[in-house]
Design a protein around this ligand. Structure first.
Ligand SMILES: C[S@@+](CC[C@H](N)C(=O)[O-])C[C@H]1O[C@@H](n2cnc3c(N)ncnc32)[C@H](O)[C@@H]1O
Length: 487
């Protein structure tokens, strides 16, 4: 019988994991609200500016495992909004299939054309440099920011148990007749490691990995430790590409202290949402930084079960610490996720809804959550509140990164109609990607009607009727009304 491989060498698992991310439909299943929202993008952008404040060299921001590209889009939007221009943002993922989707994306390609963004294949397991696909050149990096959101958990790992004297390798197998990602059915077994000093022989950055094993033998007695081998190799490779300063911003579901690790005998927690995800060991990244940079700085968000953030800097940086203290040092990194669940089904005061939208930095997911409430309130809004609300909705539209199944422009159009802001409503509705597009066309007709452009409204009502396969008779009724007023 074939010996059971250690987790990092479990070929079937890592092959299936990568395969699952080649398909764009994966984003309908993999949760990403905690890591990809405007609130967090603004915080990361502010940390980036604070890190690079006194430098003339161009900063390179590299996002590892950028997936759909939404977070990169949001961070660049914030950086530009803050008037920061001395950077290039490199979206990376492990294969060309993902990058080809970015090349087809008009919002990302606009940022590429303007010189703020580029794309690179960066496989955390193997890549040692960054080749910019759009500029067709290798990049030179002086100052570097690495962003790793929800990626430490997705790369290859190893699992160990450290007893008083003995160290065990813990490995798994798929359960019989179950799918690779049915993690509850994995069968775990442990076996003693004779000599930990040679455990990572043949791996890239074996010295760093080896040194982590020795440290955990000293500091993690009676604990089970998940070692994020892929993330550590990727980070070491990126630190070697950079010539000078580096800041890493990592966000994930994971543990920041050894005391949070499970005790020996507890089966490692691996969750599954189409792909699989291990609990991220942030603490090991801290050890990597501490061993490389004598004066490094480590900042940790408040602990939470869903999403934590860690900032690692190669030198002490007061501006970043101050920025951190006012943001992730004060509230947990997944506060917005929890805040959303506070909103119950009953109507909430307009001031609460607007406060949430503004605190979220005009996040489109939050907007979708509250848009029906905004609509309920819209007929009664006027004066200064109306002006502010219109400005809020425009900001949502500027920060919206298109993803399937979310027709934010259509909903923005509806709320603008409720506010009787027909010019804005027409602009948003014309960008709707709703599959039931005839309703968007019909709504545009209603806007034109209220603007007293009756002839144009007739054209739109008839277009909506045809687009509905002649089912939406309401469009015909409005068309008749408009025709009477044309004369
Ligand atoms: C859970 S998703 C996170 C996506 C995004 N960062 C977010 O926060 O929503 C994990 C990402 O890691 C990428 N990934 C998986 N294996 C990788 C590897 N070996 N090297 C680089 N990226 C990888 C996947 O393609 C996917 O985009």
């Amino acid at each position: 019988m074939r010996p059971r491989p250690r987790v990092s060498q479990w070929k079937e698992l890592w092959k299936a994991q990568k395969q699952s991310y080649r398909d764009e439909a994966v984003w309908e299943k993999v949760p990403h609200k905690a890591s990809c929202n405007n609130w967090l993008a603004k915080i990361y952008a502010r940390l980036i500016v604070a890190f690079h404040q006194d430098s003339d060299v161009r900063l390179v921001v590299v996002e590892v495992g950028a997936g759909h590209g939404r977070f990169g889009f949001l961070v660049v939007t914030e950086l530009l909004d803050m008037g920061f221009h001395n950077f290039i943002y490199v979206l990376t993922d492990f294969c060309n299939d993902v990058i080809n989707k970015w090349v087809e994306n008009a919002q990302l390609m606009k940022l590429v054309r303007e010189g703020w963004m580029d794309f690179a294949v960066f496989d955390a397991d193997t890549s040692t440099d960054l080749f910019l696909q759009c500029r067709n050149m290798k990049i030179h990096v002086d100052h570097l920011v690495v962003i790793m959101n929800y990626v430490i958990d997705s790369l290859c790992q190893d699992v160990f148990e450290f007893e008083e004297e003995n160290v065990y390798e813990v490995s798994a197998q798929f359960g019989k007749d179950t799918s690779w990602n049915d993690t509850d059915e994995w069968e775990w077994k442990r076996r003693p490691i004779k000599d930990i000093s040679s455990y990572y022989r043949g791996y890239a950055h074996s010295a760093a990995l080896q040194s982590l094993l020795h440290t955990y033998k000293d500091v993690a007695a009676n604990h089970s430790v998940i070692l994020p081998v892929g993330a550590i190799i990727a980070l070491c490779n990126l630190l070697e590409i950079a010539q000078g300063n580096c800041m890493t911003l990592a966000g994930d579901k994971g543990d920041m202290e050894v005391c949070a690790f499970p005790t020996c005998g507890v089966v490692p927690h691996v969750s599954s949402h189409h792909s699989v995800s291990f609990t991220a060991n942030f603490h090991s990244l801290q050890l990597v930084f501490e061993s490389r940079f004598q004066n490094c700085q480590v900042l940790k968000s408040l602990e939470s079960d869903v999403f934590n953030c860690m900032c690692l800097i190669s030198r002490k940086c007061t501006d970043v610490s101050l920025e951190w203290r006012d943001t992730l040092g004060e509230v947990a990194a997944d506060s917005f996720l929890h805040f959303q669940s506070v909103l119950g089904p009953d109507s909430v005061a307009l001031t609460s809804v607007l406060a949430l939208l503004r605190l979220s930095n005009f996040d489109s997911d939050i907007f979708l959550l509250v848009c029906n409430r905004l609509l309920q309130h819209s007929p009664f809004v006027n004066g200064g509140i109306l002006n502010d609300m219109v400005a809020d909705l425009v900001r949502v539209s500027q920060r919206y990164f298109f993803m399937a199944n979310k027709d934010v422009m259509f909903e923005l159009g509806r709320v603008m109609m409720g506010l009787k802001e027909y010019r804005h409503a027409l602009n948003f509705l014309s960008q709707s990607r709703n599959e039931e597009h005839f309703i968007a066309i019909f709504n545009m007709g209603v806007c034109k009607f209220h603007q007293r452009h009756f002839e144009e409204s007739v054209v739109l009502f008839e277009e909506a009727f045809l687009a509905s396969n002649e089912k939406y008779t309401q469009a015909l009724r409005w068309s008749k009304r408009a025709k009477l007023l044309c004369k």
